[in-house]
Each structure stands twice: as structure tokens, then as C-alpha cells.
Write a protein that binds this ligand. Structure first.
Ligand code: HSE
Length: 306
């Protein structure tokens, strides 16, 4: 066996108040990543349906950077060919880069019989994220690797845990990242009172996941003091959509990952109506890409038979 085909799912990071520590996996959309060992050293990257100018230079590509980190750490002599088959729209905050990095590391671990533990797979994949976002976020890559709801229990040493969620219906408004780098404007300096409340809100999400109750979950993810006001301000209509979707029966709504995509959790019977409404509102924005009607998934990266 020298080549594997892997499905890498979209993910939504932060999940409300869990900035950089929570994420969850989605059933759709996903990319397909093919990983192959080669006798020629070096990393070769190709991308099918490359509508967003994904870099082919392995030093600038998340999957390439992650693969190189693994090659260096384990002194691998073989080369690696990575083919990314893009299905996912070019939305920001859907974990598209995390999906490629996770699938690549997952595939190499298998092809090279390294038997690495999940936390190391996640850590290696997160090194690839430096190529896209400038920081090694573990949230998206962890959700792509493990599926379900993931939380970082410890950064050093890295320890990520997975909890299963009900497969709640989701409406995802995929939007390109708007102008400006929002991450640099986010601060933890929110004052003692809000910080105390934020910690309670984080506990509330974990409690809701534990209960597996969509209503409690939706409420818990709908409030945040750290990133949501910064990202929400760059998404035209965000606060109104958030309010209206909940009035229409959604469990909850928040900014997906680094934005500008927006994620709404809702009952199945409300999904079409909420999707139509979000389409109407967000398609006015030049950053709008498309609406996905999908669901939470407890499955992360997985092999696909050729
Ligand atoms: N936690 C990261 C952020 C995820 O919010 O910037 C990036 O999608």
C-alpha cells in the first residue's frame, strides 16, 4: 500500500465561547485528499478544482508544511505526493485548511506505519495551520481528525478530547473572510466580571454536550465575549440574522471559526426555512459564497476505498 484516499470534513471552530479550544465536525462539505509515498524525496502538491489559489509550494501549503514536520520528526527518506480534490466552497471559518492538513497526517501515519497517538497527529496537523493563519490552531484540525465535538484540555502537553454530539441539522452560510485580519483585534482583556461569565459559558457548552440536548447546546453556543463581537462586526446583517433565526426556531447561531461563515443549529423541520432566510440575507454581501444544509458529524477524517 503506497497511496490512500481520505475524506477531510469541514469543521466549525470556537463553538461560541470556546475561542481556540472548541470545534466540531460537519457531515458536509468535505474535501478528498490523496496521499502517496514516492521513491523520490520531497513533497509534491497538486490541487483539483483550485478556484482560490491554494499554494502548490509545499512550504506555503498547510498539508505540505504538516507533512514536512512529520518527515523531519521521523527522518522519513521517502517523498510524498499530496492531491487535494477541492469540493468545499472558499468560505472562511469552515476549517478547509485544517481538513487537508489532518487528512494528510492521518494518511501518512497509516502509510508509514507510525502508529502515532491522536494528540500527536493533531499537533503535527496543526503545524500546517501556521502556513495559512500564522498560528498553530489545534481546534479545526482536532475536529477534522476526530469528528464530533472536541475540546483542548491542555495545550502543553497537547491533550484534546472528543465528545459525541447528536447529529443536529446545521445551516452554514459560507462566506469569504471579509476585509481585515480580525484575529489580531481579539483580546482576552475583557475585565474580571465578563471573564468570570465567559468561563461559566464555556462550562455551559461542555454541560450541553454532555446532556446531548440541542436546545441547551444552542443556547450555550450563542453567547461569547471574546471573538464574536469582533468577527460579527465584519459580517453585514450578522446580529439580525442571529436574532431572527432563533425566533424562527433555531437552537442557536454563531460565527463559524475565524469567520466570515455563520453557523446555525436547528430542528430538521426548520432547516429549509432557515436556509432560505439566511440565503436571502447573506447573499446581499459580496463575500457570500453559498448555503450548506448539513449536520453535525461524529466522524472525522476517514479512508475511502479507491
Ligand atoms: N480558533 C481559530 C480562530 C479558528 O478563531 O481564529 C480559525 O478558524
Amino acid at each position: 500500500m503506497s497511496r490512500l484516499i481520505i475524506k477531510g470534513p469541514a469543521t466549525s471552530a470556537n463553538v461560541g465561547p470556546g475561542y481556540d479550544i472548541f470545534a466540531l465536525a460537519l457531515d458536509e462539505p468535505f474535501d478528498i485528499i490523496e496521499v502517496e509515498l514516492s521513491d523520490l524525496p520531497g513533497i509534491e502538491i497538486s490541487v483539483e478544482n483550485n478556484q482560490t489559489g491554494i499554494p502548490l509550494d509545499p512550504k506555503k501549503n498547510v498539508a505540505g508544511v504538516a507533512a514536512q514536520a512529520l518527515i523531519d520528526r521521523y527522518s522519513i527518506k521517502q517523498g510524498v505526493k499530496i492531491l487535494i480534490r477541492k469540493n468545499m466552497a472558499s468560505g472562511g471559518g469552515m476549517g478547509t485548511t485544517g481538513a487537508s492538513a489532518s487528512a494528510t497526517i492521518f494518511g501518512l501515519n497509516k502509510l508509514l506505519n507510525l502508529n502515532l497517538l491522536d494528540n500527536e497527529l493533531i499537533e503535527l496537523a496543526s503545524l500546517g495551520e501556521v502556513a495559512s493563519g500564522g498560528a498553530a490552531h489545534v481546534d479545526n484540525v482536532a475536529a477534522a481528525m476526530l469528528g464530533g465535538f472536541v475540546f483542548v484540555k491542555s495545550f502543553d502537553p497537547l491533550d484534546v478530547k472528543k465528545m459525541e454530539l447528536p447529529e443536529m441539522p446545521v445551516v452554514l452560510a459560507a462566506m469569504r473572510k471579509g476585509q481585515g485580519i480580525t484575529r489580531g483585534r481579539i483580546t482576552y482583556d475583557i475585565g474580571a466580571e465578563k471573564l468570570k461569565e465567559q468561563m461559566a459559558m464555556v462550562a455551559g457548552v461542555v454541560h450541553a454536550v454532555h446532556l446531548k440536548d440541542p436546545m441547551t447546546f444552542g443556547k450555550a453556543i450563542s453567547k461569547d465575549y471574546i471573538h464574536e463581537h469582533v468577527r460579527g462586526a465584519t459580517i453585514p446583517g450578522y446580529w439580525e440574522v442571529k436574532k431572527q433565526t432563533v425566533e424562527m426556531g433555531a437552537f442557536g447561531c454563531t460565527v463559524s471559526g475565524g469567520g466570515s461563515s455563520v453557523i446555525t443549529f436547528c430542528p430538521k423541520e426548520k432547516q429549509d426555512e432557515i436556509a432560505d432566510y439566511m440565503h436571502r440575507e447573506f447573499s446581499k454581501s459580496p463575500d457570500f459564497v453559498r448555503i450548506y444544509k448539513t449536520k453535525v458529524s461524529n466522524t472525522g477524517v476517514q479512508f475511502i476505498n479507491p
